[in-house]
Design a protein around this ligand. Sequence first.
Ligand SMILES: O=C(O)C[C@@](O)(CF)CCOP(=O)(O)OP(=O)(O)O
Length: 324
Amino acid sequence: MTQATARAHTNIALIKYWGKQDEQLKLPQNNSLSLTLDHFYTDTTVIFDSSIATDDFQLDGQKLAPQNAIKIQQLIDHVRQLSGQTAHAQVISTNHVPTSAGLASSASGFAALAAAASKAAGLDLTQRDLSRLARRGSGSASRSIFGGFAEWQKGDSDETSYAVPIQETVDWEIAMLTVVVTAKEKKISSSVGMKRSVLTSPYYSAWVANATQDLTQIKQAIASQNFEQVGQISERNAMRMHALTLSSDPSFTYFNADSLKVMQAVNQLRDAGIPCYYTMDAGPNVKIICRPTDAPKITAVLSADFAPDQLILAQPGPGISYLD
Ligand SMILES: O=C(O)C[C@@](O)(CF)CCOP(=O)(O)OP(=O)(O)O
């Protein structure tokens, strides 16, 4: 019996991944860039044990039904193929996200799984190969191997599509205040949503061209620690991603009334001289990019409409680590 435990933190994309060039290998259409956060993480233990009769997957204390574990099964099978390990696996994952958060991220989950499974199987993967393996679970998981700012280079094959660190130790003032407007599961998953956008939005090719420019600009802004530039580019890029959902056929959006309320509040705060910007992913929760020192003022304004446990401040977080 061999086992390993890994911890991976979730990441929020500032330049979004929204569309694949290859569904099966999860190769994206454009490079993306994210910030790994300290507050939300997943701990995963993988045990390869020849005495167990089948693979067994548990998430937050609940046994996962096979139909909900297809991607986990595929990743474990791939690790067995890579390592020659033949024993069945027990996977025990715990998402450390605020209970009501609805932020249980596939990014931290599949990054932790890739790290724990490969180590338990006796593989000693480079960070690049770990990122490639995590990408097979969920594209955004490829970025959670690294702390701070990371860029997922799209590549054009399994071997060339992986994340690289841009600035693993972020020693300048940037934070993310997540406004949890709901913890309900989203109806349209990011996988399904992005596929519809690629196939039906008339703006998709413009998205790829613009996101590529955004990425070049944001890397310069990060290098010069230009907070306002990072915020402006992130907000612009996120809204262009959500324009793809609205312009898909049939149209769909992840915004709800509370999302728009938060976005309005951010605009008012900015007009009042507080530099803050919003980004959103495949759900209605809003992430506000702000300076840590401004978070109390922003929280005070939002507390008129949201309870304290819906307002979660996170700072830049670390990359993958092993707990045993
Ligand atoms: O994180 C980002 O770049 C932007 C998003 O979060 C949505 F806004 C996409 C995440 O997609 P993911 O769940 O990784 O899709 P998969 O590869 O189909 O599993």
